[in-house]
Ligand binder design. Structure first.
Ligand code: PLP
Length: 629
C-alpha cells in the first residue's frame, strides 16, 4: 500500500470505525457463535497471492464482526470499562505510524521522555506521594507504562524477591539462593486478582491467600497474624499485594492498617493494585480511598480501564527505581549507549525489551480532556452506578451485595445461587445485556458496571427494565415449577404410602387382614418437610407411622432422599466459589484408603464421604487455577 492508497483506505477505516460506534446499539452485545465458528469461514492457508483491500474489509463485516463481543456497546456491563476515546485511538495510530521501539533513551528519546513526563502528570493528578514521581527533586522513584496490571504485579514481586534474596544472602552468605528462595512468602487477600497468584507461580514463591472481612477488605491484623505465624515457622514474609477496588466487588483493602502493621517486617515490599479504582483518585472527593499510600513501595492503575485510554496502558509507579531495575537489568554491549547513566532506559523496568510509544495516547487523552474532563467522566459513571443501585434497592426481590463507591454495583435476587445463575445466563443468552458474575461473601452475585463511554440514564434504565423482565419470567417459572414439584411430591407420597403398605401386607398379616387389624391402613406418609432426625452425620428419615410404631428408614435411603431434596446446592456443604479454590478436600479415613489422598482425616465425617469445607486461610504452595480477567 503506498501513501496514496493509505490516505484513501485510512479515511475509509476512520469512517468504518465511526459508523461502527454510531450503530453499535443495533447489534447484539455478545455474539451467538460456537467455538470454531471462524475456522469454517476462513481458509486454512494464508493466501499466496495478494488480495484486494475491499475483499478483506468485506470479510471484516461478514466474518469477523459476527464473532465480536462489543465492549463499547451501551448494553455491555461486564468486567470493567475498556477505554476507547477517539483521542486515544488517534494517539495509538500516530505511535504505530512512527513505529519506533523505545527500549532505551537512545532508541527513541521522545518515547522515553514523554513516558516519564506523562507518568508524573498522572501520578500527581492521582495524588501519589512525591517519592513516586521521577522528576521531583530528590525522588528516587518514577513511573512506567506496562502492558497490563498483571505485569505490574509481576515485576513488583520480582523486584521484592530480588531485594529479599539480597538481604538474606547478606545474612547467610554460605547459603544457596535456591534454599533461601523457598523461605520467601507473599500475601494477598482472597479477593485479590488472580494475577497475584500467577505472579507467585512465575516467581516460584509461596503465596498465602488471606480471608478478608465481611466487606471483602483485607485487614491489617489478619495480615500481621499470618506473617507472625509464618515467621515462627521459619518463613520470610517479603511481599504483600493489596487491592484498592477488587475485581469481584470493588472492595478496598485497609491499606493504612496494613501499612502500619508491616512496619515491623523489614523485608516487606508493599504493592497496591488499583487497576480500575486507581483512575478515580483524580477526583479530590475520592482521594480518601487512597489513604495509606505513603506506606506503599509500588502502585499500579490501568488508564486503559477507566481513563478513556486504549489497551494497552497500565501505569506502574515505584518508590525506588533502583530496587526495581536491579531485579531486571541485563546489559549486553549492543544495547549500551553513552547516556546510560544520565537517562532512563525503560527496558530495565519490565519484562520485554521492545516497547511501543504508548505514552502518546495517554498524553493525547490527558490534554484533550484535561483533568477536569476526566473527573467529569469518572463522576458520571459513579452517578449512573448509584442510579442503578437505587433501582435495585426499590425492588424488594433483589439485594445489593457491595458498598457502591465507584461504578460497579453487585446485586442478586434474594434466593439461592442457582436462581441467580439462571437469571444471569438467560440475560446473557438473549444478547440484550452483558454482565458477569462474581462471588461475594460466598454468594453468587451479578456484577453491573457502568462501562460505555457516553452511557446515559436511559441506558441504565433500559438495563434495569431488561433485568426485571427476565427476573419476572424466571420467578414465575420457578413458582410454577415449585407448584409442580409439590404436586409430584404428593404423588410420590401416595406411592410411597401404597408401597409401604404393600411391604407390610407381605410381612405383617395384622395389616392386610382387617379381621386382625381393626385400626385399618396405617398412616405412613413421609414427612418431606422435616425428614431428618437423629444426628446430621447419620441422618434417618422417620415416617409418620414410625413415631407410633418405632419403624425407621435407615441412613443410606435417607441420604438419597436428602440429597434429592438438596435443590440448587442450597443445603450443600460445598461452598461455590467464583475464582478461588478456597476449599479443602478432606477425605475421611475410609475415602483416604480408597483415594490415597494426602489431606487430613475429617473428625466430623465418619461416613466416608468426601467433605468439602471452607478454609479460612489458604496457603498456596502450588498455585491452583483461578479464573482470570
Ligand atoms: N487487578 C485488578 C484489581 C483487576 O481488576 C484486573 C482486571 O480486571 C487485573 C488486576 C488484571 O488486569 P490486566 O488485564 O491488565 O492484567
Amino acid at each position: 500500500m503506498d501513501s496514496q492508497a493509505f490516505r484513501k483506505h485510512g479515511t475509509e477505516m476512520v469512517e468504518y470505525i465511526c459508523k461502527y460506534m454510531e450503530t453499535l446499539k443495533d447489534r447484539r452485545v455478545t455474539p451467538s457463535v460456537e467455538p470454531g465458528y471462524l475456522r469454517h469461514l476462513i481458509p486454512s492457508e494464508a493466501p499466496y497471492e495478494p488480495e484486494e483491500w475491499g475483499r478483506i474489509m468485506q470479510d471484516v463485516e461478514d466474518k469477523i464482526m459476527p464473532g465480536v463481543t462489543h465492549w463499547q456497546h451501551p448494553r455491555f456491563h461486564a468486567y470493567f470499562p475498556a477505554g476507547n476515546a477517539y483521542e486515544s485511538i488517534l494517539g495509538d495510530m500516530l505511535g504505530d505510524g512512527i513505529g519506533c521501539i523505545g527500549f532505551s533513551w537512545a532508541a527513541s528519546p521522545a518515547c522515553t521522555e514523554l513516558e516519564t513526563i506523562v507518568l508524573d502528570w498522572l501520578g500527581k493528578a492521582i495524588g501519589l506521594p512525591d517519592h513516586f514521581l521521577a522528576l521531583k527533586e530528590g525522588s528516587t522513584g518514577g513511573g512506567v507504562i506496562q502492558t497490563s496490571a498483571s505485569e505490574c504485579v509481576l515485576v513488583s514481586m520480582l523486584a521484592a524477591r530480588a531485594q529479599a534474596l539480597k538481604r538474606l544472602m547478606a545474612k547467610h552468605p554460605n547459603s544457596e539462593e535456591s534454599h533461601l528462595l523457598c523461605k520467601l512468602i507473599a500475601y494477598c487477600s482472597k479477593e485479590a486478582h488472580s494475577c497475584v497468584e500467577k505472579a507467585a507461580m512465575i516467581s516460584f514463591v509461596k503465596l498465602r491467600i488471606l480471608e478478608p472481612d465481611e466487606n471483602a477488605s483485607l485487614r491489617g491484623r489478619i495480615l500481621a497474624e499470618a506473617m507472625e505465624e509464618d515467621e515462627q515457622q521459619g518463613l520470610v514474609p517479603f511481599f504483600v499485594s493489596t487491592t484498592l477496588g477488587t475485581t469481584g466487588s470493588c472492595a478496598f483493602d485497609s491499606l493504612e492498617e496494613i501499612g502500619k502493621e508491616i512496619q515491623r517486617f523489614p523485608c516487606i515490599w508493599l504493592h497496591v493494585d488499583a487497576a480500575y479504582a486507581g483512575n478515580s483518585f483524580i477526583c479530590p472527593e475520592l482521594k480518601p480511598l487512597l489513604k495509606g499510600i505513603e506506606y506503599a513501595d509500588s502502585f499500579n492503575t490501568n488508564p486503559n480501564k477507566w481513563l478513556l485510554t486504549n489497551f494497552d496502558c497500565s501505569t506502574l509507579w515505584v518508590r525506588d527505581r533502583i530496587r526495581l531495575t536491579s531485579a531486571l537489568v541485563v546489559d549486553p554491549l549492543y544495547l549500551k549507549h553513552c547516556y546510560d547513566d544520565a537517562a532512563i532506559d525503560y527496558r530495565h523496568w519490565g519484562v520485554p525489551l521492545s516497547r511501543r510509544f504508548r505514552s502518546l495516547k495517554l498524553w493525547f487523552v490527558l490534554r484533550s480532556y484535561g483533568i477536569s474532563g476526566l473527573q467529569n467522566y469518572i463522576r458520571r459513571h459513579i452517578e449512573l452506578a448509584k442510579r442503578f443501585e437505587q433501582h435495585v434497592l426499590k425492588d424488594k426481590r433483589f439485594e445489593i451485595c457491595n458498598q457502591v463507591k465507584l461504578g460497579l454495583v453487585c446485586f442478586r435476587l434474594k434466593g439461592n445461587d442457582k436462581l441467580n445463575e439462571k437469571l444471569l445466563s438467560t440475560i446473557n443468552e438473549s444478547g440484550k445485556l452483558h454482565m458477569v458474575p462474581a462471588s461475594v461473601n460466598d454468594k453468587y452475585i451479578i456484577r453491573f458496571c457502568a462501562v460505555a463511554q457516553n452511557a446515559s440514564e436511559d441506558d441504565i434504565d433500559y438495563a434495569w427494565e431488561t433485568i426485571v423482565d427476565f427476573a419476572n419470567e424466571l420467578l414465575e417459572k420457578e413458582q410454577h415449577d415449585e407448584l409442580s414439584e409439590i404436586i409430584n411430591r404428593k404423588k410420590e407420597d401416595t406411592l410411597a404410602k401404597k408401597r409401604s403398605f404393600f411391604v407390610r401386607m407381605v410381612s405383617d398379616p395384622k395389616i392386610y387382614n382387617p379381621a386382625i387389624n381393626k385400626a385399618g391402613t396405617p398412616n405412613m406418609s413421609l414427612d418431606v418437610t422435616s425428614p431428618v432426625v437423629g444426628n446430621s452425620r447419620n441422618p434417618i428419615i422417620r415416617t409418620q407411622a414410625s413415631t407410633d410404631r418405632n419403624t425407621w428408614i435407615s441412613w443410606p435411603l435417607a441420604f438419597l432422599f436428602n440429597s434429592n431434596n438438596d435443590e440448587g446446592g442450597a443445603k450443600s456443604n460445598v461452598s461455590l466459589r467464583f475464582r478461588h479454590l478456597d476449599t479443602n478436600v478432606r477425605p475421611t479415613s475410609s475415602s483416604r484408603r480408597n483415594s490415597g489422598a494426602t489431606s487430613s482425616p475429617s473428625p466430623d465425617n465418619e461416613l466416608g464421604f468426601i467433605n468439602l469445607k471452607k478454609s479460612p486461610i489458604r496457603q498456596s504452595t502450588s498455585p491452583s487455577p483461578r479464573k482470570s480477567h
